[in-house]
Design a protein around this ligand. Structure first.
Ligand code: SF4
Length: 405
């Protein structure tokens, strides 16, 4: 009797940490079911790709990667966010197998002879190493990308500035713990909420057990992760502060660091006292509060459910109690109808609260978002001008920035 030939799978992802964690869980699932993971697309029977749809650049890249994967003999399976963020383009382009994030449990249907279903594989604490997909599938594109970076004086200037302020960069030495999947909020610029589905929280006891085991294994730096961590527990009739209390009991004999991000600002406002208490214990060194716009008119159109004054007052309190806390944020530049005056209001928030780090996000008009229907749009040229202005503004104040333009 001859042994069954092990099927090989090539897994790639151009998405964020949440999708890289999903990719690692998928890898564990395939290994548990007797599949082999290969780093060579040409050897693979299946080519699994987690396709990011973060912005226009990423969407174009995702389509390009799928096209290039099509040169190999293996069957392509597209996962991730692309199918709900750019549905018309995706449906016209792709007739093969695909699943959005919220339907990952159905992955069992794509692989024959599965013995351990996907839902029985626990979430992983470490993301799949991202690598550069183009290195594997198109070295020419990989070299071109590197050259473009080296030959652009503006990009070099930004890189140099980033290098000089690298102490304010995000710390990636982290053990991740999933607290919930999905998001119940309705931000109008976000297509991701349709991809991830409604919020489903893990029971607090399960999270605390996982945390205790990781503490015993010597881990000390944690990021609690979810599509909106602030919504944790609302589907179970509990709240994030309830979970935090339980975690505090588990780690009372240890010196630990926590990062809590992917948290809608309305929850930072709502749970302000609990967060300040936690940060005072030294556990939270950094708070990420993505206020997106300094204009209440724009915030209303974004359906963010808070005013900019509430954000400013809350963060000022953090700064007063904990002058050393690192504050980080995201801003969206060029949301539909944003005027020059609205944009200046966003920059003026930095005159009221000091942020150490900011992510400047060029507004992307995703078909799957509600803001797709809001007009008038801001022209690309005007968005580029505002981003340039923002960079100059942040450089003057020594604020570390990253861009997704
Ligand atoms: S909280 Fe985040 S994931 Fe949820 S709708 Fe808003 S932007 Fe999207």
């Amino acid at each position: 009797m001859t042994a069954a030939v092990q099927k090989k799978v090539y897994i790639s992802c151009n998405g964020c940490n949440r999708r890289l964690l999903d990719a690692q869980r998928l890898k564990n699932y395939l290994l548990a079911n007797g599949y082999e993971i290969t780093g060579f697309p040409g050897d693979a029977d299946y080519l699994v790709f987690f396709a990011s749809a973060l912005n226009k650049v990423r969407i174009d890249e995702s389509f390009d990667i799928i096209r290039k994967l099509g040169r190999y003999k293996g069957e392509i399976i597209v996962l991730g966010c692309l199918m709900e963020t750019a549905p018309t383009e995706f449906n016209a382009f792709w007739k093969g197998k695909a699943l959005p994030v919220k339907d990952m449990d159905d992955i069992d249907l794509f692989f024959p002879d599965i013995k351990v279903p996907y839902k029985e594989i626990p979430p992983d604490n470490f993301p799949l190493s991202p690598g550069n997909i183009y290195k594997d599938i198109s070295p020419g594109v990989f070299i071109k990308q590197r050259l473009n970076l080296m030959l652009s004086p503006l990009k070099i200037a930004d890189k140099l500035y980033g290098y000089l302020h690298h102490n304010k960069k995000e710390d990636y030495n982290t053990t991740f713990i999933w607290v919930s999947k999905g998001c119940p909020n309705l931000c109008s610029f976000c297509a991701e909420r349709r991809v991830v589905g409604p919020c489903i929280s893990r029971p607090a006891g399960e999270i605390v057990n996982e945390y205790s085991k990781l503490l015993e294994a010597g881990k000390r730096n944690f990021e609690f992760i979810g599509d909106d961590v602030g919504s944790y527990g609302l589907d179970l009739g509990i709240t994030l502060p309830h979970l935090i209390q339980q975690l505090n009991k588990a780690d009372k004999d240890y010196q630990v660091n926590w990062v809590i991000k992917h948290l809608h600002p309305k929850f930072i406002i709502r749970y302000k006292n609990e967060f300040i208490e936690m940060a005072s214990s030294g556990k939270i060194r950094e708070l990420i509060c993505c206020f997106q716009s300094g204009s209440n008119r724009v915030l209303k159109l974004m359906r963010r459910q808070h005013t900019i004054e509430e954000v400013i007052d809350t963060l000022k309190e953090f700064r007063k109690v904990l002058p050393e806390i690192r504050l980080a944020t995201n801003i969206i530049v060029g949301f539909p109808t944003e005027t020059g005056e609205d944009f200046m209001k966003t920059l003026h928030v930095y005159d009221k609260v000091y942020f150490d780090r900011v992510h400047i996000i060029k507004y992307y008009d995703a078909e799957g978002s509600d803001s797709y229907a809001i007009t008038p749009k801001v022209t690309d040229h005007e968005i580029a001008r505002r981003i340039k202005l923002a960079k100059r503004f942040f450089k003057k104040r020594g604020i570390y920035f990253q861009t997704r333009d």
